[in-house]
Design a protein around this ligand. Sequence first.
Ligand code: FAD
Ligand code: 2HG
Ligand code: ZN
Length: 500
Amino acid sequence: MPKRLEASTHLPDTLAAIVGGANVLVDPAELAPFLTDWRGRYQGRARALVRPGNTEEVAAVVRACLSARIPIVPQGGNTGLCGGATPDESGDAVMLQLRRMNRARALDLENNVLIAEAGCTLLEAQAAARNAGRLFPLSLASEGSCQIGGNLATNAGGVRALRYGVMRDLTLGVEAILPDGKIWSGLHTLRKNNAGYDLSNLLIGSEGTLGIFTAAALKLYPLPQKTMTCWLGLASPEAAIVLLDKVQAAFDSRLVAFEMICPLAGELMRRHFPELSLPLDAPWSVLCELSDCSHASDLTAAETLFAECLAAGELSGAALSRSLREQEAFWRRRECISEAQKQEGDSIKHDIALPISRVAEFLRRIKPLLNERFPGIRHTAYGHLGDGNLHFNLSMPDAAENERLLDNEALVNRIVYDCVDELGGSISAEHGIGQLKREMLCRYKSAAALSAMRIVKTALDPRGIMNPGKVLPQDIELSPLSPGHSPASGRGEQCPLLEI
Ligand code: FAD
Ligand code: 2HG
Ligand code: ZN
């Protein structure tokens, strides 16, 4: 933690002089909603929350905090699932909220670019594109609340990344405030730009630890001509992978989304959202979206493919949407899964990436390993199968047993992530590291990668004011690497906090 100077005592006054008194919250009751995360897992404290109205004000706030050595915690829509936007318990931090910066600064239809400020919600950015006859394809269940700044900081993925890529792929450049308070303007509309290091890409995915996003140049696409949404029933993840291969071979890049849903996710949906009945009764489901299917032959091709799979016993049922209303209803079922899990109670979340070919093997291997240590453990396994991105969330049906499971989170994580690592996967696919996985990162990231990350962090933020304690553990984030030892795969280094 940076050593504070005396000037910090008057910081709220300094901040008020920059953004106006009404935009500096210090009253504990007003601060309270910003001090906990969406899951209610983390609870922090802060000296103030500042709401700048433009880029220059953000830069001035960063300079004021830098000279007083006060940590800054940026917060967007606060929908992050790794605690990245929640301050620690010291009460030292100033929180930065950019919701007032919610303008679409420019729509450049000739170049298919939208310049959106970081405080726009994702839904607002999508609407700005759609009103101009274009598509901004990032799509998350949290899109009504999450903000472009948060999407950049987490490099969000979502349900249509299969066709359009993740936030990084959808961004041509950013405007950001660097930790020294300088405004760096990388907003441009170029599709190619190899002039030096790519700072935009360094900042994207850095979770507020290297700078504050104030705006982004976002790629727009043509609106899809005709979309077909299919709910498919099948027996197993193995069958889902076979199906993915067939649908990809038939529809190539017109396959937009391929989401897998496990039996428990279906059960939780039915329990907590009974009004959203499932279209099919099947053990596992796939929600698949095809777009630009404007020809009658496309519909026939899909119907023929699914009919063949049904006949071969590879599918147990298929429901094709017949209207926009039905498509939206299919998606609502998929999108309520996080909320259904939250209503069911606490769980241990894992957002993992695996080679697609090894997803089913992971599930086959991990279930007995967990069952052996925690008999009766429940697995919610669902997510973006088309990207090899699984949400693997664990809980116990009984509340007291669930408490005991949560007490053993470090051991559960070790079992899951060691298996992910052995299969060549990643401990974070799209949600980031935040404070949830920062200790795990030491174990599964190579020593060379960790060393480079620390060097970058120290070079850009020598006083460690940008979201300290996120991504890299704070006690080691600015210190030289200690000689490490490796997990089973031979990667990473020892992290004392992970020793079990
Ligand atoms: P926050 O939660 O406010 O912050 C997240 C991180 O970004 C923090 O580290 C914060 O410090 C940093 N940050 C925020 N704003 C800025 C800024 N302007 N400059 C620098 N750093 C900043 N994620 C997916 O990838 N795919 C999904 O499908 C998905 N579905 C979700 C569904 C639900 C129901 C929920 C609750 C979450 C889901 N998420 C998903 C996670 C979350 O919505 C995304 O990570 C989202 O990008 C976070 O945006 P936010 O504005 O809420 O950021
Ligand atoms: C999703 O795909 C989100 O629904 C949230 O990434 C995953 O809640 C989760 O575990
Ligand atoms: Zn997801």
